[in-house]
Design a protein. Structure first.
Lengths: 221, 240, 259
C-alpha cells in the first residue's frame, strides 16, 4: 500500500482545506466561552456563602470527572427534548466551552490562592478598597501561572474539536471520515488530518511559551 | 481522608442505585450500559498497562546519553501529544490495515489510548527523574554502582514518589478519554448509552447513569492513587 | 622506588571560559592524609570530584599506583580514553563522602550501607549486612540501623555516609567538606570518626575542609589551593606557622580571624 499523491491533491485536499475554518472557529469560540464562563464559575466557587460555593464546587468536580464526549452527547440529545434546537456546531461549542470552563475555574482559583496571604494583609494595611486590591495587587500576581495554563487549554480545546465529528459537525475529522468511507481509502485523509493537528499544536506550543515569558517578564520585572 | 469518605459514599450510592434500578424501568437499558461499562473497564485496564510501560520507557529514553534514543523518544512524545487521540485511533484502525496490519477493535483502541497517554506520562516521568537531586546520582557513581542499577535502585524509586500524584490524574483523564473508542466500533458505555437513547428516548436517565458511572471510576482511581501515594512516601516525609 | 598511590600530572579542567584546574600536579603516598584548603569557590572540591570521575578532565593524566585512571593502555601500548569497565575497576578502590551526605532517602541506614556491596561488589546479603553492622557500630550508630535518613540528625547522616563509603573497602577515601553542612554542635562527632580513621587505619585520605584546627591536628600534609593549582604545601606545623606565599598568609589571616 502506498501513498497516492494524485488522490491527495485531487480529492483529499480540496475537501479538507475548506473545513479548516470550522475547526478553528470551534476552537476559538469554545475557548472564549470557557474563559468567560470559567470566571463566573470561579466566582461562585469562592463565594462566602456555603450554599453557593459548595454546589458550584460539586458541579465543577462533576464536569471535570466525566468525559467531554458523554457531555456532548447529553447536550446533543437533551436540548431538542427541552425544545431548544441548535445547529450541531453550536451545541458542540457549548459543550466544549462548558467542559473547559470547569477546568479554567480551577486554574483561576489556584492562581489566586497562590498569591501569599501577606499580600491581602498588606493591601488591607494600606487601606486599599476591594476593587483596588483585586485590580492592582491580586490579579497581576496571579496571572503568571494562569496565562500558560490557559494557553495549554487552548491547545487542548483544539485537539478536542475532532470529537465534534461524533455530532456530525463538518470539521476536519468528519470530512476525512467521509472521504474514507466514500473511497475506501483512509491513509491520505487521516494522515493529513493528523499532520495538520501536529503542526498546529507545535506552533501553538511555541506561541504559548512566548506569551508565557512575556507575561512573567512584564509582571515580575 | 476526605476522598476515602467520598469514595465509599459513592460506592454505597452506586450499589443502592443498582438495587433500585433492577426493580424499576431502568431495567430496560441498564444491562446494555453495564455491558458497555465492562468494555470501558477492559480498554482502560489494558491501556493503563501500556500507558505506564511506554511512559517509563520513553521518559527514561528522553534522558539517554545517546542522541538517537533521545530523538526517537522525543519524536514519539511530540507526535502522540500533538495529534488528537481520535486521529490516532483512526490511524491504527483504518490506515494500518492498508499497510497490511489489521488490528482488532480492542487492540486498536488500547494501542491508541495507551500510546497517547503514555506520551503525556513520559513527560511526567522525565520531570520526576530530573527532579531527583544530582547528589544522588553522584553518590551512586561514587559507590561504583553500574549505570543500570543507579537508575533502577536509586533514582527511579525516588522519582516514583513524585510520579504517583500526577499519574493518578493522568489515569483519570485516560479513563475519560476511552469514551471515544466507539470510533473503532467498540461498544463502550458512551456508545451503549447513545444506542440505548436511540432505542428508548430516555435521555436524562440514561446519561445521568452514564455520567455517574464515569464519575465513580474517577473517584475510585483518585482513592486508590491516594493510598498508593501515602504508602510510597511514608519514609520520605521529612527529607530535605 | 614505589609509585605514589595517587598522582595528578598536568591535570586541566575547564567549564567554558573558566579554568578550574590549571595544570595541576600532585602526588599522594599510600597511607598519607592530605588536607586541601583554599578560598571558597576556588575549585578545591573539583580535585576530589575529578578523582572520583564525577567530572571529566580535558588534559592530563591521573594514575593510581602507577596505573592510568582517566586513560588506559591500548594494545599497542599507547594511552587511550578509559572505557567504562576500566573506570569502574579503578573506581572501586576509591570511596567518597559528600558535603550534603547524599544518603539514599528511600533506604534505611543499613540499606544505604549494603546496596553497593551487594550490587557492585557482588557480596551475599548476609556478608554485606555483617560488614555494614560492624561499620555502623564503628561510627557509633548500631542502634540506628533501621532508621531512614529523614529520621537522623545531620551528624548521624554524615556518619552513616562514612560507613557507607567504608563498606566498599576502598583504599582511598575522599572527604568533600564533610562538616560544612552540619550545625556546629554536630561537627565534632563527625570529626571524631575521621580522626579515628586517620589514626587507627591505613587509608590514603584526601580531605577538603574549612576546619583549620582539625587540618593542623590530623593531616600529614596541608596543601593550599588557589587559581587552579596548589600554591603552597607542607607539613601542618610549618605550613600554619610560617606560610611562605603572600596569598596563603592573607587566606590564613582571614580564616583564623573569623574564629
Amino acid at each position: 500500500m502506498n501513498w497516492d499523491w494524485q488522490f491527495t491533491f485531487e480529492v483529499v485536499l480540496p475537501r479538507l482545506l475548506p473545513v479548516v475554518p470550522v475547526t478553528i472557529q470551534a476552537t476559538v469560540l469554545s475557548f472564549l466561552l470557557a474563559v468567560v464562563l470559567g470566571l463566573f464559575l470561579m466566582l461562585l466557587r469562592i463565594s462566602r456563602f456555603k450554599l453557593i460555593a459548595v454546589p458550584a464546587g460539586e458541579l465543577i468536580e462533576l464536569i471535570r470527572g466525566t468525559p467531554l464526549l458523554v457531555q456532548l452527547f447529553f447536550l446533543f440529545f437533551l436540548l431538542p427534548e427541552v425544545g431548544i434546537t441548535l445547529p450541531p456546531l453550536t451545541t458542540g461549542i457549548l459543550g466544549i466551552g462548558i467542559y473547559n470552563a470547569a477546568l479554567c475555574a480551577e486554574v483561576y482559583r489556584a492562581g489566586i490562592q497562590a498569591v501569599p496571604a501577606g499580600q491581602w494583609e498588606a493591601a488591607k494595611a494600606l487601606n486599599l478598597g476591594a476593587y483596588r486590591t483585586w485590580r492592582d495587587i491580586i490579579i497581576p500576581q496571579s496571572l503568571p501561572p494562569i496565562v500558560p495554563a490557559l494557553g495549554n487549554y487552548l491547545i487542548g480545546i483544539f485537539k478536542e474539536t475532532p470529537l465534534l465529528s461524533f455530532l456530525a459537525v463538518g470539521e476536519l475529522m468528519h470530512a476525512s471520515k467521509l472521504i474514507g468511507s466514500e473511497y475506501y481509502r483512509f491513509t491520505e485523509a487521516v494522515t493529513l488530518a493528523g499532520l495538520f493537528f501536529l503542526v498546529m499544536s507545535l506552533v501553538a506550543a511555541v506561541l504559548v511559551r512566548m506569551v508565557e515569558t512575556r507575561v512573567s517578564r512584564s509582571i515580575l520585572r | 481522608m476526605n476522598t476515602r469518605v467520598a469514595a465509599i459514599a459513592v460506592l454505597v450510592a452506586f450499589l443502592a442505585g443498582m438495587v433500585f434500578a433492577t426493580f424499576s424501568e431502568l431495567r430496560v437499558f441498564l444491562p446494555a450500559l453495564l455491558r458497555g461499562a465492562l468494555i470501558t473497564i477492559e480498554v482502560a485496564a489494558l491501556s493503563f498497562l501500556l500507558m505506564t510501560a511506554s511512559a517509563f520507557t520513553a521518559g527514561v529514553a528522553r534522558l539517554s546519553p545517546w542522541w538517537s534514543v533521545r530523538w526517537i523518544a522525543t519524536a514519539y512524545v511530540e507526535v502522540f501529544r500533538g495529534t488528537s487521540l481520535l486521529v490516532q485511533l483512526f490511524w491504527f484502525f483504518f490506515v494500518l490495515p492498508e499497510f497490511g496490519l489489521t488490528l482488532s477493535p480492542m487492540a486498536a483502541g488500547v494501542l491508541g489510548v495507551g500510546f497517547n497517554f503514555g506520551a503525556y506520562g513520559a513527560e511526567i516521568v522525565r520531570g520526576a527523574i530530573t527532579a531527583v537531586p544530582r547528589g544522588q546520582w553522584e553518590a551512586a557513581a561514587a559507590l561504583n554502582l553500574p549505570v543500570f542499577r543507579r537508575m533502577t535502585r536509586i533514582v527511579l524509586p525516588q522519582a516514583l514518589v513524585v510520579v504517583i500524584p500526577p499519574f493518578g490524574n493522568l489515569t483519570i483523564e485516560m479513563v475519560k478519554a476511552t469514551s471515544v473508542v466507539s470510533a473503532v466500533t467498540l461498544v463502550d458505555i458512551t456508545y451503549a448509552s447513545v444506542q440505548q437513547n436511540q432505542l428508548h428516548y430516555r435521555t436524562v436517565e440514561i446519561f445521568v447513569v452514564t455520567l455517574f458511572l464515569y464519575y465513580c471510576f474517577s473517584q475510585l482511581i483518585r482513592f486508590s492513587m491516594g493510598l498508593l501515594e501515602e504508602r510510597s512516601k511514608r519514609h520520605l516525609a521529612a527529607t530535605r | 622506588m614505589t609509585e605514589p598511590r595517587i598522582k595528578f600530572e598536568n591535570v586541566c579542567k575547564r567549564y567554558g571560559p573558566l579554568t578550574v584546574l590549571d595544570g595541576l600536579n600532585m602526588e599522594v603516598a599510600a597511607g598519607e592524609l592530605v588536607t586541601i584548603i583554599g578560598p571558597s569557590g576556588s575549585g578545591k572540591t573539583t580535585v576530589l570530584r575529578v578523582l572520583m570521575t564525577l567530572e571529566t578532565i580535558e588534559e592530563g593524566l591521573i594514575t593510581i599506583d602507577g596505573e592510568p585512571f582517566n586513560k588506559m593502555r591500548s594494545r599497542e601500548g599507547g594511552l587511550v580514553p578509559a572505557s567504562t569497565a576500566h573506570l569502574r575497576r579503578i573506581r572501586a578502590r576509591i570511596g567518597m563522602v559528600f558535603q550534603n551526605f547524599n544518603l539514599f532517602p528511600h533506604m534505611t541506614a543499613l540499606g544505604n550501607c549494603i546496596e553497593a556491596p551487594i550490587h557492585s561488589l557482588g557480596l551475599s546479603k548476609a556478608e554485606a549486612v555483617g560488614r555494614a553492622e560492624e561499620l555502623l557500630d564503628m561510627v557509633g550508630l548500631s542502634d540506628k540501623r533501621d532508621h531512614y535518613p529523614s529520621q537522623l540528625s545531620g551528624g548521624q547522616q554524615q556518619r552513616v555516609a562514612i560507613a557507607r563509603a567504608l563498606a566498599m573497602r576502598p583504599e582511598i577515601l575522599l572527604f568533600d567538606e564533610p562538616t560544612s553542612a552540619l550545625d556546629p554542635e554536630m561537627v565534632d562527632e563527625v570529626l571524631q570518626v575521621i580522626r579515628q580513621l586517620a589514626t587507627e587505619h591505613s587509608y590514603t585520605m584526601l580531605l577538603v575542609t574549612h576546619q583549620m584546627g582539625f587540618a593542623r591536628e590530623v593531616s600529614g600534609r596541608v596543601c593550599f589551593f588557589d587559581g587552579g593549582k596548589f600554591l603552597e604545601e607542607g607539613p601542618p606545623r610549618e605550613f600554619f606557622a610560617s606560610p611562605r606565599h603572600e596569598r596563603t598568609r592573607q587566606f590564613l589571616n582571614k580564616v583564623l580571624a573569623a574564629h
